[in-house]
Ligand binder design. Structure first.
Ligand SMILES: [Zn+2]
Length: 72
């Protein structure tokens, strides 16, 4: 069974290399608590290939902290 982190990772990878914000991740994956996505993206940002920075989200268009996966 996929963990929340697995689902967040798969979602970000599907959008790669487009960045996505925590709120959109929470919304699209129907996560219960906002902190949850926030915690997961911070965890994910420590993984190779993932980058967390302030940029415009590819889904909602707002400039905020987003996460993206670099394509090789
Ligand atoms: Zn967004």
């Amino acid at each position: 069974m996929a963990t929340v982190l697995d689902r967040v990772r798969a979602f970000v990878e599907r959008l790669a290399p487009e960045p996505v914000c925590d709120d959109c991740i929470t919304d699209r994956l129907s996560l219960s608590v906002r902190q949850h996505a926030n915690h997961k993206t911070r965890e994910l940002a420590g993984s190779p290939g993932f980058e967390r920075l302030k940029d415009s989200c590819s889904l909602c268009g707002l400039v905020k902290l987003v996460i993206s996966k670099k394509l090789r």
